[in-house]
Design a protein. Structure first.
Length: 325
């Protein structure tokens, strides 16, 4: 295993004067000692209606270039190349993300695997669950899209990392509305397991499309669904080119969406600093023996004062592993 850098993901501040806030946040994390930052460009108005706005892009790049930092890019969480019926629009948005990655020099672009088909039902856009035929067609559509996008990503010098997901109470509620058992979540949210993503990657068969392993997501899914967590990390290992780390207790949420309401109960993917939850990080990295790349801390803004602690915890685990080799 060879870790290039331990970086930090910046969360959208949700305020006005976004670029000014971004500049302040970049200064803060650079002062903490980080040299790598993962950014979701969505809050900065760079992409509108599937088109890249060049003036906003120039302003965004001007802020980033004011710091001695490397960057990775996290695409929009709702972007879905499998099940969003506006498929051509989604492809254009993905092309914009690749162009942003090129412009920022980002070597990794995180894309949430599209193998989650419940959002449209949740929000009332669709009144029925997708059929087995529709689910299979969507998975194939995502593969076709990523096969087409892979050479574009290669030309931009970026690897697209398909990220695995975690389960939520609302998903079980949706399934229950149709009289289905809890086990059906894997039919409609296949990215909870590693195998469906790996099968897609086998078919895509391109070095510039791989996996972003979200360690916290997998921990929630493993405990909720009852599969072996570390075996799943090992299953993902051959495909992993990017890693997200945070901590939690492997506990499904109870339906409360307010982040700080979950903390006292230790539930859901609360993105704690590593070491605050129960994820066995030493064993996680043992099961990624050939991994070469960066590790990105995904810590929620509520724990902003402890970003440095999270960095030191991960660094200590990696140093310990080096002494064991």
């Amino acid at each position: 295993m060879h870790i290039h850098d331990i970086g930090i993901a910046l969360n959208s501040p949700g305020r006005s004067s976004q670029l000014r806030q971004l500049e302040q946040d970049l200064a803060y994390v650079q002062e903490l000692g980080f040299s790598l930052v993962e950014i979701d460009p969505s809050p900065y108005g760079l992409v509108v209606n599937g088109e890249l706005r060049r003036a906003q892009m120039a302003d965004f790049l001007a802020v980033l270039r004011g710091f001695d930092l490397r960057y990775t890019i996290h695409g929009p969480g709702r972007l879905n190349l499998a099940y969003d019926p506006r498929h051509e629009l989604c492809r254009r948005i993905m092309l914009c993300q690749i162009e942003i990655s090129r412009a920022t020099g980002a070597a990794r672009l995180v894309y949430h695997s599209g193998l989650q088909a419940l959002d449209a039902v949740r929000y009332g856009v669709r009144r029925s669950l997708l059929t087995d035929e529709e689910l299979a067609a969507g998975a194939r559509r995502e593969v076709e899209a990523l096969r087409d996008l892979a050479p574009v990503a290669a030309d931009a010098g970026v690897i697209i990392g398909m990220e695995n997901g975690d389960s939520h109470q609302w998903e079980y509620n949706v399934i229950a509305q149709f009289g289905l058992p809890r086990s059906e979540i894997l039919t409609h949210h296949a990215r909870l397991r590693i195998a469906p993503i790996a099968r897609q990657l086998e078919v895509i068969d391109h070095p510039n499309v791989a996996m972003t392993l979200d360690v916290g997501h997998l921990y929630i899914a493993a405990h909720d669904l009852g599969f072996d967590y570390l075996e799943a990390v090992g299953e993902a290992a051959p495909w992993v080119r990017h890693v997200h780390v945070s901590d939690n207790f492997g506990r499904l949420d109870e339906g409360f969406d307010v982040e700080h309401d979950r903390w006292a109960f230790g539930e859901a993917d609360i993105h704690l600093p590593p070491g605050w939850g129960s994820i066995p990080y030493h064993d996680v990295f043992v099961h990624l023996p050939d991994y070469e790349g960066d590790v990105i801390l995904e810590i929620k803004p509520g724990f902003r004062d402890y970003l440095g602690e999270g960095f030191e915890t991960v660094r200590a685990v990696l140093d310990e592993l080096e002494t064991e080799i």
